[in-house]
Design a protein around this ligand. Sequence first.
Ligand code: ADP
Length: 475
Amino acid sequence: MKQFIGGRWVAAGGGREFDDLDPWSGAVLDRVPAGDAHDARLAIEAAHAAFAGWKNTAPGVRQEIFLRAADILRRRRDEVMSWLAAETGCGYAFGSIQLDFVISLLRQASGAAYAAIGQVIPSDEPDAFAMALRHPVGVVAAIAPWNAALVLSCRAVAAPLALGNTVVLKPSEESPWAGGLVWAEIFTEAGLPPGVLNVVTHARGEAGVIGQELVAHPWVRRLNFTGSTVTGRRLAEAAGRHLKRMVLELGGQNPLIILADADVDYAVDAAAYGSFLHQGQICMCARRIFVERPIAARFLEQFAAKTAALPYGDPKDSATVVGPLINDYALRTVERRVGEAVASGARVLAGGSARGPCYPATLVVDVPPSCELARLETFGPVVMADIVDGPEEALQLANQSHYGLTAGVLTGDPERGLALANRLEAGIVHVNDQPIRDEPQMPFGGVKDSGWGRFGVGFAMEEFTEMRWVTLAGQ
Ligand code: ADP
């Protein structure tokens, strides 16, 4: 593999490379350039040089490129899916969801080329025209994670590009192709001019030097980041020093509230999907279930049985529900946190120990609030359940978290569901669904430690353009 800078496929300046690994087999998929701050600087310079041309490219031309990119992706669907599976251990179900999402996102983003609509505002000056015009901001830096590699890297670049910005994308070291270089290939084939999109890759443990360059370089006008709260906080601190605005989509500890009037069979299926899709490595996953006492015993019994029966193993096997975790560090983190919870009095009702590179689906109850599992987002197929006496207690426990990304409420009474949705401290709430759901046009983002700003094609306008007040004074 090569990086993509200024429209050229290039090795890292220092010539170093690292291994792109398959988390299931451990096989080396390819060798990838280990870029550094110098490569990031070259990419920023290329993006800066391309900005004036791209900004002034007719919206219809920009739109056409996006529509072509969607068509190319449709044609290359199977190839992209197999890369996703190989790099991120993603099974067929989640792979299909990602492909459908990004095709729709690209088509919707094509319309954003025409969306930078301004305003004429009444002025107190006689005969003056006062206008608020929208301009692209310039170079946008995008830092994307590996988990929903295709979706989150596409979201990081699509609307910024369609709105006339140029982009430097830094994919995760775990998904350099499916979470980064794929877009260089597809957009180049679709006719995107050189320098408009640049992709810089780097070795494990070396994200910081590139991140630092992206935040600090004066030509980078805005950033977007999707990843952990720890890294997001670090980047936001640096961005604050450099007075850079950013969109931050961070972790979650998402509640699924199941009220006594919910359908238990539906709740069991929803909880399993919401907790274990992509082995729990999705920021929207349900991490905590609050189930009302009258149905708790039945729900827990059925849900534990379902959890214990979920097949784990090779993500390329169509029967597999729970594939491998992304790497050994992730596996050990899940093991350690479940171990700590159990040592503190928690009980495991299903799963609870690693099998090779997999951690089978796991249900834990009675987790003390002081445990890391209760406090911190744990990226793995582990869900906690608590029995509550009424919706107020569920709400109070859910809102205690310092995160606030997504939530789900299951109830037979939609009005009660909506009332809870209004009081849950989360950026996204789904009534009568589990917390995983995404559509490209929705305002995606969190509150509290889950981040700020909103992705979503129509909402990206606020994030990736800026208003300019222009007056034509009266004579
Ligand atoms: P995860 O646990 O999901 O991998 P991270 O926050 O570590 O979450 O990673 C998300 C993205 O942030 C990845 O692209 C990763 O390389 C990048 N990253 C990690 N540390 C830093 C850093 N110090 N500066 C910039 N980017 C970073």
